[in-house]
Design a protein around this ligand. Structure first.
Ligand SMILES: [Zn+2]
Length: 107
């Protein structure tokens, strides 16, 4: 039997007692504009050139460079939360500190 525990409070989540809630977070770079737009319409040649250049570039890259090149910061995160942590999470999804407690220490 699969055993789940809350990723926040580490408590086991018993499906008979409480619901298990899944949080999925996708982080990816927002691409402004439409870079592929020029590939539409009659100007197909420009699109082919672009793809060929990209292919050459990828071939010339070392493996670790390629990995860094392909890593655009996209991440998919998945968490299991118990009911209590689900409510806490929804109140403050990013874990930001409330403004009123924001202060510099006066040392
Ligand atoms: Zn929890």
């Amino acid at each position: 039997m699969l055993h789940y525990s809350c990723d926040l409070c580490q408590r086991p989540i018993d499906p008979h007692v409480g619901l298990r809630h899944v949080v999925k977070i996708s982080v990816f770079p927002a691409v402004e504009g439409e870079p592929d737009e020029r590939c539409d319409g009659d100007d197909v040649g420009a699109c082919d050139d672009h793809l060929e250049n990209m292919h050459d570039l990828l071939e010339r890259m070392e493996e670790q460079d390629l990995a860094a090149f392909l890593d655009d910061g996209t991440r998919s995160l998945r968490f299991d939360l118990c009911e209590g942590c689900r409510q806490r999470f929804l109140r403050n999804p990013l874990g930001a500190k409330p403004n009123k407690s924001f202060s510099f220490s006066q040392n």
